[in-house]
Design a protein around this ligand. Structure first.
Ligand SMILES: Nc1ncnc2c1ncn2[C@@H]1O[C@H](COP(=O)(O)OP(=O)(O)O)[C@@H](O)[C@H]1O
Ligand SMILES: [Mg+2]
Length: 249
């Protein structure tokens, strides 16, 4: 099966790549333990923005990211991704859109242990295309080169350090040059120095590829290095301001 040509065309390059309008999210709907964890979120993220999402544990950051990533549906409100309203979309259309316009980096890399670093990066494309592809392989090798791991391309995840595994996961998120990358505590499992390296890698890809990033982080110094810092408390956005750190990179 040939890879379907991207159907995601934005009318205007300045249009937001992500837009939430009046988004509420309840868990356990219709049961005695129903709980509303997002209380009407409005948010726009423009092309190429590098955004930190901060806030205490339980404030709703992962819930918000899951909605933006089309991994879950809002109870109320609309989620726009790259110009597409997603509320009415069925599961097949949602996963196609997800595969075309979104990249994900998680705290735990979720690399498949039976595959090499190089193959882990290519797997999402193989799945989308239904076959292996030389161009995808070349791009995966370029990405590994960019993150300093080309020599380790044939290693399996367990033969790599935690920081190296996370760099492979970052390459995997970027293999299809998505306009938006969502990262939920991508450095949460790494030591300070390795975190800073992984973070500057995200920043570099943001500059080179122009993809927007939303990065959940607990580390204030990393958050302040972003273009924009959004703070959530108890399911609401309480602050939305520019990062304070001067850009050193
Ligand atoms: N699947 C779920 N079912 C019920 N409650 C949930 C579920 N996922 C998260 N929650 C609750 O929603 C709130 C927000 O959680 P979460 O989005 O994970 O916050 P954060 O990522 O900021 O720590 C918390 O009170 C959490 O307990
Ligand atoms: Mg979380």
């Amino acid at each position: 099966m040939a890879e379907t040509a991207p159907t995601v065309l934005r009318e205007d390059d300045r249009d937001p790549v992500l837009r939430l309008v009046g988004v509420r999210k309840c868990y356990n709907v219709g049961t005695p333990i129903e709980i509303e964890v997002l209380h009407g979120i409005d948010l726009e993220v423009g092309p190429g923005e590098f955004v930190a999402l901060v806030g205490p544990s339980g404030s709703g950051k992962s819930t918000l990211l899951n909605l933006l990533g089309l991994l879950d549906r809002p109870t109320d409100g609309e989620v726009w991704i790259a110009g597409h309203a997603t509320r009415q979309l069925g599961d097949v259309a949602r996963s196609r859109l997800r595969g075309q316009v979104l990249g994900f980096v998680f705290q735990f890399h979720h690399l498949l242990s039976a595959f090499t670093a190089l193959d882990n990066i290519q797997l999402p494309r193989w799945a989308a295309m239904g076959r292996e592809d030389d161009e995808v392989r070349a791009r995966a090798l370029d990405l590994l080169d960019a993150v300093g791991l080309k020599e380790l391309a044939k290693r399996r995840p367990k033969e790599l350090s935690g920081g190296q595994q996370q760099r492979v996961a970052i390459c995997r998120a970027l293999i299809h040059r998505p306009p938006v990358v969502l990262a939920d505590e991508p450095t949460g499992n790494l030591d300070t120095e390795t975190s800073a390296q992984a973070f500057s890698l995200l920043r570099r890809f943001n500059r080179e590829f122009g993809c927007a990033f939303i990065i959940v982080t607990h580390d204030p110094s990393l958050a302040e290095g972003c273009d924009r810092v959004i703070e959530m408390v108890d399911g609401r956005i309480v602050e939305d301001r520019p990062g304070r750190a001067p850009r050193l990179d």
